[in-house]
Design a protein around this ligand. Structure first.
Ligand SMILES: [Zn+2]
Length: 331
């Protein structure tokens, strides 16, 4: 929820990022979970609010040379059409972020499609020992689009929204810069096609402060059996910990080995990743430790992948051919 009113002169920066991913099976000399993606491109468009409409005021684009994941992940290559040569042409992340901050200037609201970009940006800032406070509000335009498109709760791609508003396709999709430009046009169209007061109200109530906690944990009490340990954390997965809305199931909860997963959806805050793990305490009793967080793209893939494994192999999961640690790297 915004703590100020949008008025003439309020600045928005619509942005999008692309990131490279670690390659499965490759050895890294650091904890890969502390950098689940390394940013390789930031694209942005600035808008200034004027008399009921956001007015475009500039564009920004930068390619970043990755230093940890220097070779393009197959999936990223396929989606973005980038090459390893393209990566080498980028500038260092610190310099790119500095330029981005200068472009942001006094903008008070970042706008993106989906809620994964701010988390990824913060993760990269932390990893490279930079200040990870963004000092702006973040608006996920995707649920706002769904709301005004009359399909609340549905998740649509940028391209779907572009088609919905018959926006001219002047660029390809899936480059950060092109997607930021398209997201900006969708932002304009939402204002153009709806009552200003309603749009402002939706924008104000949907905006979140990305510098506040987006991960919530809960540890259940010790019980004699595993199923009861899982059951103990279930109430935690009922309501959004930020606004209290009842969650919808995007991927209903399922158990695989010692973990239970779900992908939950809050109409105000988007997707949440949910995972409970059952552990044993010193007395031999079981307890579950549970986490809920605003889902990143990686979280989404993880739950979808675990669900696929569960559908194929059930609670026991895929039989292990060889002894490996029970990490999530397989997904
Ligand atoms: Zn919520």
């Amino acid at each position: 929820m915004l703590n100020f009113h949008i008025k003439d002169g309020t600045e928005f920066v619509v942005f999008d990022m692309e990131w490279n991913q670690p390659i499965y099976g490759k050895e890294y000399n650091f904890d890969v979970s502390s950098l689940t993606g390394e940013i390789i491109e930031i694209g942005a468009v600035k808008y200034v609010y004027d008399s009921g409409m956001p007015v475009m005021a500039g564009t920004f684009s930068v390619n970043i040379k990755p230093v940890m994941y220097t070779k393009l992940h197959y999936h990223v290559k396929k989606v973005t059409n980038k090459t390893n040569q393209d990566l080498a042409k980028g500038i260092p992340f610190e310099e790119a972020y500095d330029r981005f901050q200068k472009f942001m200037g006094g903008a008070q609201i970042l706008v993106g499609w989906g809620n994964s970009d701010p988390a990824m940006l913060k993760q990269n800032l932390r990893f490279f020992d930079m200040d990870d406070d963004l000092h702006v509000f973040f608006l996920d335009l995707q649920p706002v689009f769904s709301l005004f498109g009359g399909e609340r709760g549905k998740q649509r791609s940028v391209e779907f929204a572009v088609d919905y508003y018959s926006i001219e396709k002047t660029e390809g999709f899936h480059s950060a810069t092109a997607d930021a430009i398209y997201t900006g046009r969708i932002f304009e169209k939402i204002f153009e096609h709806n009552k200003t007061a309603q749009v402002l109200s939706a924008v104000s109530s949907s905006a979140v402060d990305p510098d506040i906690v987006s991960e919530f944990t809960m540890v259940g009490s010790a019980v004699k059996d595993q199923s009861r340990a899982f059951a103990g954390t279930r109430a935690f997965w009922k309501k959004c910990p930020i606004c209290g809305s009842i969650f919808n199931n995007k991927i209903p909860s399922f158990r695989i080995r010692k973990s239970e997963y779900a992908l939950l959806y809050c109409p105000n805050h988007g997707e949440f990743f949910a995972r409970s793990r059952v552990k044993k305490n010193r007395d031999g009793d079981y307890y579950a430790s549970s986490v809920l967080r605003l889902a990143t793209q990686n979280d989404y893939y993880l739950v979808a992948c675990k669900r696929e494994e569960y559908d194929k192999f059930g609670v026991e999961g895929k039989p292990k051919e060889e002894k490996t640690d029970d990490s999530e790297q397989g997904c």
